[in-house]
Design a binder for this molecule. Structure first.
Ligand SMILES: C[S@@+](CC[C@H](N)C(=O)[O-])C[C@H]1O[C@@H](n2cnc3c(N)ncnc32)[C@H](O)[C@@H]1O
Length: 285
């Protein structure tokens, strides 16, 4: 069967999970094509591995996330290994890392020799992305999940970057370090009723839930108390959409004088928190 025949057959089979975008991705995966135009250019060529493709189609049709079926996901146009041990990279997290990159350049310069830590790294996307840009930086990726760190390690190899990978809870792996930047997309979901069915069924619980939902932010901010962050530092967080009030109270009460800003995603929801302490850079965020 050719890609053309399979494509039109699958169009008729579409369901809630097997949409047009998933169909294209599954066919591109079979051909080893990274761009859609390559699939179009090979539309009349035979499918390479029909058995595997059919199994993948079944898995997607039954609701398994496409990225777990394929074994990879795209994050800021780059390909990362993902397995059910790690969260599937989200669009908001792309916005977090791209904004963080710009702010780090403004604060520390274009090619800084700084230490960056990605807490709760999962597949490693945040730390690896920043290391690819800031080659002179030292990047530490931490997670409590050994299995997630194994995927982060594989992604670092795939992206040809050297990062330090440390296992442990929140600040524990970096308690003896001095860092300039903390970036984190920690677990922040307080109520499982707000999570969609596929996420609950397939993605790691460890990546999702926090009790209270501000728990990880409170713990990470203690890096200030324990002097893990240097005198001048930058922090970038993804947050849940209903957390600004609680986080503002925590910062204002425990860390008065700190400069911080909430930022919105493309839907206008407050989904990011940036914190900076650096002389003369008050207005940077
Ligand atoms: C929301 S996921 C984020 C993964 C990845 N950074 C991303 O943005 O796709 C949160 C991560 O925090 C990790 N985690 C959960 N509890 C933790 C803890 N106590 N200490 C460190 N990491 C933890 C999970 O294993 C998971 O990989």
């Amino acid at each position: 069967m050719t890609y053309r025949e399979e494509y039109f057959k699958l169009q008729k089979l579409q369901n809630k999970y097997l949409n047009n975008s998933a169909i294209k991705s599954l066919l591109m995966d079979d051909g080893g094509f990274s761009e859609f135009f390559q699939l179009v250019n090979n539309f009349d060529k035979p499918i390479k591995d029909e058995n595997k493709l059919n199994k993948n189609i079944e898995r997607v049709m039954s609701g398994e996330p496409l990225q777990y079926v394929l074994g990879y996901a795209y994050f800021v146009n780059s390909n990362y290994i993902v397995t059910p041990e790690v969260l599937i990279p989200r669009q908001e997290t792309e916005q977090l890392v791209v904004t963080a990159l710009t702010l780090i350049m403004k604060i520390f310069g274009k090619d800084p020799e700084i230490t960056i830590v990605d807490i709760g790294t999962g597949s490693g996307i945040l730390g690896i992305y920043l290391k690819e840009y800031f080659q002179k930086s030292h990047v530490i990726c931490t997670d409590i999940s050994k299995n997630a760190l194994e995927i982060a390690k594989q992604n670092a190899i795939k992206h040809n970057v050297e990062i330090e990978i440390l296992e442990g809870s929140i600040l524990e792996p970096i308690k003896d370090k001095k860092v300039d930047v903390i970036i984190s997309n920690p677990p922040y979901i307080g109520n499982k009723d707000t999570v969609d069915e596929a996420t609950l069924k397939y993605e790691p619980r460890l990546a999702l839930f926090a009790n209270p939902k501000t728990y990880f932010y409170e713990e990470i901010l203690k890096a200030i108390d324990f002097e893990i962050v240097k005198d001048e530092f930058f922090m970038a967080f993804e947050i849940g959409e209903d957390m600004t009030k609680e986080l503002t109270e925590i910062i204002e009460e425990r860390y008065p004088g700190l400069i911080y800003k909430f930022d919105q995603d493309i839907c206008g929801k407050d989904r990011f928190l940036y914190i900076i302490k650096k002389e003369g850079y008050v207005n940077v965020i």
